[in-house]
Write a protein that binds this ligand. Structure first.
Ligand code: HEC
Length: 112
């Protein structure tokens, strides 16, 4: 009985940690990588040029999917294809965590 409880506890920890890693991502490491992205997407993910989408405050899973899709060629854009070529899966998760942690602008009047 005691062993069963330990087993259940261990399995639930395992389940929790695998869910956790699926959405993990190190925002601090992402911030370092984001130096590559600032020119177009802005220092805080709120670039003002409408040619470049705002990334700040976007959902983390959306950002990660977009980057994976560019890398896999499922979403086609020559600029972003070049940007993601050098990113590995960890970089993508970290960048997604970083941009998701930033505040998107509420005031859209600066965005023309
Ligand atoms: C030279 C300019 C440029 C740079 C640098 C750049 N991007 Fe982009 N990014 C774009 C453009 C243009 C688009 C829109 C492409 C499209 O229509 O799919 C885009 C789109 C995206 C999207 C999809 C956003 C959405 O709302 O669907 C993400 C995520 C993204 N970029 C992340 C990054 C990251 C992370 C970096 C740095 C590693 C980066 N970008 C660097 C120009 C750039």
């Amino acid at each position: 009985m005691k062993n069963n409880l330990i087993l259940i506890f261990a399995l639930s920890l395992l389940a929790f940690s695998s869910i956790n890693t699926a959405i993990a991502g190190d925002a601090a490491a992402g911030k370092e990588k984001s130096a590559l992205c600032v020119a177009c997407h802005g220092a805080d993910g709120n670039g003002t040029d409408p040619s470049y989408p705002r990334l700040a405050g976007q959902h983390q899973d959306y950002l990660a999917k977009a980057l994976h899709d560019y890398k896999a060629g499922e979403r086609k854009n020559p600029i972003m294809a070049g940007m993601v070529a050098a990113l590995n899966d960890d970089d993508i998760e970290n960048l997604a965590a970083y941009y998701a942690s930033l505040s998107g602008l509420q005031d859209l009047s600066t965005y023309k």
